[in-house]
Design a protein around this ligand. Structure first.
Ligand SMILES: [Zn+2]
Length: 195
């Protein structure tokens, strides 16, 4: 085991030597490479791993945080939030794990696994967690009544996809009997108009 890129040193720790039991340990951060994935998709990543050297017997071993450091490096590689960031976002909203799970409808067990670095959240869940950093999004979810439908007519912005709008036009055409606005809108979007 070679030691390079030593960033800091700490003497004395709650850890004890796995070889002789001495608590006189020197802790160093060491940049180590590791492989993530298998086969063609395998990549080589690096992470700052804590390495302990026993001052009594000279034995060297990786600290228990090594796994966390590796997990964090993989999160960076995948472009998802790290466990620490997830906890920070949840605490920023002053939410307990259970409150956060209730609001987002993310399973509390999953949330716990992401926060403790046992599992990686998928990209969609990562986006949802990310949005929770904004207090107004938390407020919106708090106010959401799952038993009421969204008023689609109140939605504005870009035209919906062709498939959606065609379906909606057919529906409206029947209900509204050739509403002018709907026809004009349909021509603007170059859709077929159902009379
Ligand atoms: Zn030792």
């Amino acid at each position: 085991m070679t030691i390079n890129n030593i960033r800091n040193e700490e003497f004395g720790s709650e850890e004890s030597c796995v070889n002789c039991g001495s608590s006189q340990l020197k802790r160093e951060l060491q940049r180590q490479a590791f492989q993530y994935g298998t086969g063609d998709t395998a990549v080589k990543l690096t992470a700052e791993m804590p390495v302990y050297t026993c001052l009594s017997c000279g034995y060297q071993f990786a600290g228990p945080e090594a796994e966390d450091a590796r997990h964090e490096a993989v999160c960076r590689y995948l472009g998802v939030l790290t466990p620490q960031e997830i906890v920070a976002i949840r605490e920023h909203g002053a939410l307990t794990r259970s409150q956060f799970a209730d609001l987002t409808r993310i399973g509390i067990a999953s949330l716990k696994r992401w926060e403790t670095g046992l599992l990686f959240q998928n990209a969609a869940n990562d986006e949802l967690v990310y949005l929770m950093v904004f207090p107004d999004n938390v407020a919106r979810l708090r106010e959401r009544d799952h038993h009421h439908q969204i008023n689609l007519q109140s939605l504005s912005g870009a035209p919906p996809s062709q498939r959606t709008s065609r379906r909606r036009l057919r529906f409206r055409g029947r209900c509204l009997g050739g509403n002018e606005t709907v026809v004009q809108q349909a021509m603007q979007w170059q859709l077929r108009v159902y009379a």
